[in-house]
Design a protein around this ligand. Structure first.
Ligand code: NAI
Length: 708
């Protein structure tokens, strides 16, 4: 018997159309599902008994996750892409022109093509449930909504609100979706179907919903041609500043929306389709899609290969050190991980400050509408603190975030051991100290692991889980699972100096200071690398990290790797004078009310005036190749488990431009032979630190690449 994705039941003139793609946890619209849906819709259209339709999902917590991404990835040519998108548009058109009202009863994710389908329905009811999320994430994959999303969303909710969603690839919770007018009504999941049927009957009897038109501002900006022109030009300007020429999708989306509003739905759909076809076979989209796949795969990766032990669930967490990092880790663990958190420090004042920081981060989450008011109180109640060991007997995982000092950390680890139960895992958030050196003083080194968070903890999406040679597999999988429960993407990393992120970041930052010493102005370095696609340039990044922190890290890497990682002389002098970067208001830049400017006094410290003009290429080649070469070496040493993990770590932890795919995809796109040649040229000009890594040379010889 053929498994079908659709089940139709007609009662009292209302057809219940249930989508439940067999063998999958979520519904996606593949070609076969599309054909089936088209045929069912044709039947419903001609069936005179049917007066209205309720479209509902048979999945537990998912409505429609989107179009089938595998079919999208398989596209080889522009024409194939055009065919695929036109098929999608035709399906949505069938919903739009059924001639009978359709009520979409939405519970769970309704994204991309799924949302575009329901936009063509007559009425949308969503459940008030955290799993219910609506959005058009296409631009995040380098494409645009092209099954009518760029047409129907602005027509439904107004131009400005629609652009806001489409251009950011934004996903809305149920309440936001109601407020924006994306859905008409919210209900409790238990009554979703009943309410949908009731509405379907009313619609069949001729009732039509009245929708708000957005008041005077809507009148002036969203529906008036002059106002629209202003909205479009503002949107273009804002996007151009943001994407710096690297991401073509948002501008294409603006054009598709504008074309449709100017020339009508059909012309708009054609414009959408043409842009989609072009973008979907371009490099930017290909790289962004690979990053999406890699992060999705990492979400399922337990962190060990072969036999996978069961992860030990963490219900009680303790964080030692209530400072900058400890308090932030505690806040995120409570808010996202929903665990009991005990925060410990040496003095009550530090504990109180730490708890306040954690509470503030929860408040910020509320302000960003990530949590509800009721959640806020529940999450706050999960947090407690003190200077003693109370609560530690219950603890499943301890994360240490005390001063960056081996002896202090060892003392803490030895003391913790006597206070916790035998199977408690002890993790360090150190950014530079080898985990093995901390573990060697403990009685249970197999339960010691690194959990390296990045600052700011609530925003940075990555955690490095660092293993020593002795870390037990069950400890690894438990730390990985907890990192993930905190909402982070987690990569497993070997205990080598700098771990992964700082290891590849250091040569890049050091090379930028080298160029500074050669007379290249700070603005030139920062602007060139931002234009290359990094979120901030290297010098500004050092100010963000903190010069004291950067200096400590650089010293460790210099000890380990010698001249290849020679930090800049002047930084020590800067930190001694209290120039610590943004946190002290002064680093390479001076920071004042939301603005920063280069401090000219820096050039005296550097010992060289900013008098050298260099082409952009000089900057990008030297800085990126310093990083690429180190990435190749580190992967070869097994610091990361795969090129995939390395790429994701670089994109999420370093800010390597996502549209370039990460260091290894970038190396593949250049070609290993060409990369070696470039490195050899750089070595001749600038010194042996650019000598190509042996593994890269070997790869070039066999014309190999990192990804098949
Ligand atoms: P911090 O100085 O803000 O906080 C350290 C806290 O530990 C202080 O509140 C101190 O009172 C407390 N402390 C010191 N000894 C203690 C002990 N024996 N028992 C209990 N509490 C003790 O430092 P921060 O920046 O939070 O760094 C903490 C750790 O996180 C360090 O290992 C650092 O390398 C690491 N890290 C820091 C990052 C950053 O951007 N600041 C990023 C990633 C990791």
């Amino acid at each position: 018997m053929k498994m079908t994705a659709l089940a139709t039941k007609i009662s009292d003139g209302i057809a219940r159309l249930e989508l439940n793609v067999p063998g999958e946890t979520v519904n996606t619209i593949s070609s076969s599902v599309r054909r089936e849906l088209e045929s069912v819709l044709d039947d419903l259209k001609t069936d005179s008994v049917v007066r209205a339709v309720v479209l509902i999902s048979g999945k537990q917590d998912n409505f429609i996750a989107g179009a089938d991404i595998d079919e999208f990835v398989a596209l080889k040519t522009r024409d194939q892409a055009l065919g695929l998108v036109q098929d999608g548009q035709a399906l949505v058109e069938r919903l739009d022109t059924l001639g009978k009202p359709i009520v979409a009863a939405i519970h769970g994710a309704c994204l991309g093509g799924g949302l575009e389908a329901v936009l063509a329905c007559t009425y949308r009811i969503a459940t008030e449930h955290p799993k219910t999320q609506l959005g058009l994430p296409e631009v995040r994959l380098g494409i645009i909504p092209a099954a009518g999303g760029c047409q129907r969303l602005p027509r439904l909710i107004g131009l400005r609100a629609a652009l806001d969603i489409i251009l950011a690839g934004r996903t809305l919770g149920a309440k936001q979706a109601l407020r924006r007018g994306v859905v008409d009504e919210l209900v409790h999941p238990a009554i979703l179907e009943a309410v949908a049927f009731k509405v379907a009957r009313r619609l069949a009897d001729g009732w039509r919903p009245k929708r708000r038109k957005g008041g005077l501002a809507g009148q002036l900006m969203d529906r008036n041609p002059l106002g629209q022109r202003l909205v479009f030009s503002r949107a273009r300007k804002k996007i151009r500043m943001k994407i710096r020429g690297h991401y073509p999708a948002p501008l294409a989306a603006i054009e598709a929306v504008q074309h449709g509003l100017s020339y009508g739905l059909t012309a708009g759909l054609d414009c959408e389709a043409a842009h989609f076809a072009e973008l979907s076979v371009g490099d930017v989209s290909r790289n962004l899609v690979q990053i999406f796949f890699a992060t999705t795969a990492l979400k399922k990766d337990p962190g060990v290969s072969g036999d996978v032990p069961t992860a030990k669930p963490v219900e009680n967490l303790a964080v030692i050190g209530a400072g900058f990092m400890g308090s932030a880790i505690a806040g995120v663990a409570a808010a996202k991980g929903e665990v009991d958190v005990r925060l410990r420090d040496t003095g009550l004042e530090a504990v109180a400050r730490g708890l306040e920081n954690a509470h503030n981060s929860i408040k910020a989450r509320l302000a960003r509408k990530r949590i509800a008011v009721l959640d806020q109180h529940r999450i706050r109640d999960l947090l407690s603190g003190g200077t003693d060991w109370s609560g530690f007997r219950r603890t499943d995982l301890v994360i240490e975030a005390v001063f960056e000092d081996l002896e202090v950390k060892r003392k803490v680890f030895r003391a913790v051991e006597d206070e916790v139960k035998p199977d408690c895992i002890i993790a360090s958030n150190t950014s530079t100290i080898p985990i093995g050196r901390i573990a060697e003083v403990t009685k249970r080194p197999q339960q010691v692991v690194g959990m390296h968070f990045f600052s700011p903890v609530d925003k940075m999406p990555l955690v490095e889980v660092i293993l020593t040679d002795r870390t037990a597999p069950w400890v690894t999988v438990s730390a990985v699972a907890f990192g993930r429960a905190m909402g982070k993407t987690t990569i497993v990393v070997r205990d080598r100096p700098g771990f992964w992120v700082n290891r590849i970041l250091a040569p890049y930052l050091i090379e930028s200071t080298q160029m500074l010493r050669e007379g290249v102005p700070i603005e030139k370095l920062d602007e060139t690398m931002a234009a290359f696609g990094f979120p901030v340039g290297p010098i500004a990044l050092m100010d963000e990290i903190g010069l004291d922190v950067a200096l400590k890290g650089a010293a460790v890497l210099h000890d380990a790797f010698g001249d290849r990682m020679m930090p800049m002389d002047g930084i020590g002098a800067m930190t001694e004078r209290g120039r610590l970067g943004r946190k002290s208001g002064r680093g390479f830049y001076i920071y004042g009310r939301g603005k920063k400017k280069v401090d000219p006094a820096i050039y005296d410290i550097v010992g060289r005036a900013p008098d050298r003009a260099v082409p952009d290429d000089d900057v990008t080649l030297r800085l990126t190749y310093a990083m690429l070469n180190e990435a190749a070496r580190a992967l070869d040493e097994g610091v990361v488990r795969s090129a995939r993990d390395g790429d994701i770590g670089a994109v999420l932890g370093v800010g390597f431009p996502g549209f370039r795919g990460g260091p290894f995809r970038y190396l593949d796109s250049v070609g290993s032979a060409k990369a070696v040649e470039t490195l050899e040229e750089l070595a001749l000009k600038y010194g042996s630190r650019f000598q190509p890594a042996t593994c890269l040379r070997n790869m070039a010889e066999r014309n190999g690449q990192y990804y098949e």
